[in-house]
Design a protein around this ligand. Structure first.
Ligand SMILES: Nc1ncnc2c1ncn2[C@@H]1O[C@H](COP(=O)(O)OP(=O)(O)OP(=O)(O)O)[C@@H](O)[C@H]1O
Length: 243
């Protein structure tokens, strides 16, 4: 479903004489449909950069990112043009980070509901679905009509999750999606991710909390190790030991 081949990304540093930073150099990995690949490694090594290259927030410096699209066939996301990326983001790719970027003065319920409109949903049905999603993510109903710009960090993160989850993307890209959440909300999000995985969503993600990573990931690429060795979560490793 996703195959990253020899991916490299470097950044030109304009503010100093330091030249370039090259966080990602010749990285390769693949994910099968319905699997969750975790990415681990020390701070600053380039984990978020990989996700941003897949979602094409960043243009890779070189390499290939092959994605099996439902509507567009096999696409190299490293070369796809902007219009194709917009279509794929609207219909197939979900991206959740810690930071919410939305138009100011739009109520939370509409920020979430608007994701369904390109799929032909009516405004009323989309709102009802958005309310159910906000409820599942434990956003109090009193905030549904409020503007997310005024929300706490954890509330904004849940609006972000709701925007991504509501369209049931084929490929979900998660950059520390539970970083500002409390334990109960994190557990609710983990349950929703597991449910989506059972329904066939493919996911790639970074989690600050190793326990959460182990609950959702089928395998973990540790990019701090030479060659990006794959580490299996402990529960799978334990199951394998008893096989
Ligand atoms: N837009 C950018 N311009 C310049 N340098 C960048 C840019 N984005 C990332 N970098 C650099 O690339 C390196 C990797 O950053 P990245 O955010 O991918 O790391 P990370 O592994 O996700 O870190 P953390 O775990 O701390 O979030 C860092 O040295 C960072 O400063």
């Amino acid at each position: 479903m996703l195959e990253v081949v020899n991916l490299s990304k470097s950044f030109e540093l304009h503010v100093s004489q330091a030249g370039k930073v090259n966080p990602i150099q010749g990285l390769s990995f693949g994910i099968r449909q319905g699997r969750f690949l975790g990415i681990a490694g020390p701070s600053g090594i380039g984990k978020s950069t990989i996700l941003k290259c897949i979602y094409r927030t960043y243009m890779p410096s070189s390499g290939e990112i092959w994605y099996e699209s439902l509507h567009e066939g096999r696409v190299d996301l490293a070369l796809a043009d902007d219009r194709q990326m917009i279509r794929l983001r609207e219909r197939e790719l979900g991206y959740v980070s810690q930071f919410l970027k939305v138009i100011p003065r739009v109520p939370a319920v509409d920020v979430v509901a608007e994701r369904l409109l390109p799929f032909g949903w009516s405004q009323a049905d989309a709102r009802r679905e958005a309310e159910a999603m906000l409820d599942a993510l434990r956003i109090p109903w009193k905030l549904w009509q409020a503007f997310p710009a005024t929300f706490s960090g954890g509330e904004q993160q849940r609006v972000n999750l709701a925007r991504a989850f509501i369209v049931r993307p084929r490929l979900m890209i998660l950059d520390e999606p539970t970083a500002s959440l409390d334990r109960d909300t994190t557990a609710a999000v983990v349950g929703m991710l597991q449910g989506m995985k059972r329904e066939g969503t493919t996911m790639v993600g970074i989690f600050h909390d190793w326990d959460v990573m182990e609950q959702v990931a089928d395998e973990i690429v540790d990019i701090g190790r030479a060659g990006g060795a794959t580490v299996r979560p402990e529960r799978e490793a334990a199951a394998a030991r008893t096989e």
